[in-house]
Design a protein. Structure first.
Length: 168
């Protein structure tokens, strides 16, 4: 991490959605703002800005993190995955398709954070129980769905099989 010569901007080098990226941020900029405003990845949503709602959840080195509470400078050298990194082009991955099939999204505001958290669950346990999913997903708020369809989408057998193959 180096200071940009012409200003107080900090140079950040990270892998974002599998691609090496270099970007410059002010030292106090949150990672959510940097991803949206500097890098141009607007899939990460900013809700409460206090780490409570989970809308801004992304994966940093494979772990779900609240990007509204993470300073962009903390991303130096990290591997970051946002919702834009889930699919390959226009094709949805198994988890995204399951969310679609189970109607696990409505307004869509929380969806990026839900998908990131779900992906981390499935990386640890390809076939979690409904109670395990409920426990982990309790940190992500949704005002639209009632959560049952989200749990259905995550525990779908097709998703479990894709997770076992490392495709989620």
């Amino acid at each position: 991490m180096q200071a940009h010569e012409e200003s107080q901007l900090m140079r950040i080098s990270a892998t974002i959605n599998g691609k090496p990226r270099v970007f410059y941020v002010e030292p106090r900029m949150h990672l959510a703002d940097a991803l949206r405003e500097v890098v141009g990845l607007t899939g990460t949503k900013i809700g409460c800005e206090q780490g409570v709602c989970g809308s801004c959840t992304i994966l940093i080195d494979g772990a779900p993190m609240r990007s509204c509470l993470t300073l962009a400078v903390q991303a130096e050298g990290c591997s970051i995955e946002t919702v834009e990194g889930l699919s390959q082009g226009e094709k949805l991955n198994a988890l995204q398709d399951s969310f679609r099939r189970h109607h696990a999204l409505q307004c869509g505001f929380c969806t990026a954070g839900m998908l990131a958290t779900a992906r981390s669950i499935l990386a640890e346990n390809p076939a979690p129980s409904r109670d395990e999913v409920r426990e982990v997903m309790s940190g992500n708020l949704c005002r639209c769905t009632g959560y049952e369809t989200i749990i259905d989408a995550i525990t779908d057998p097709a998703v479990a099989e894709a997770a076992r193959r490392g495709e989620v």
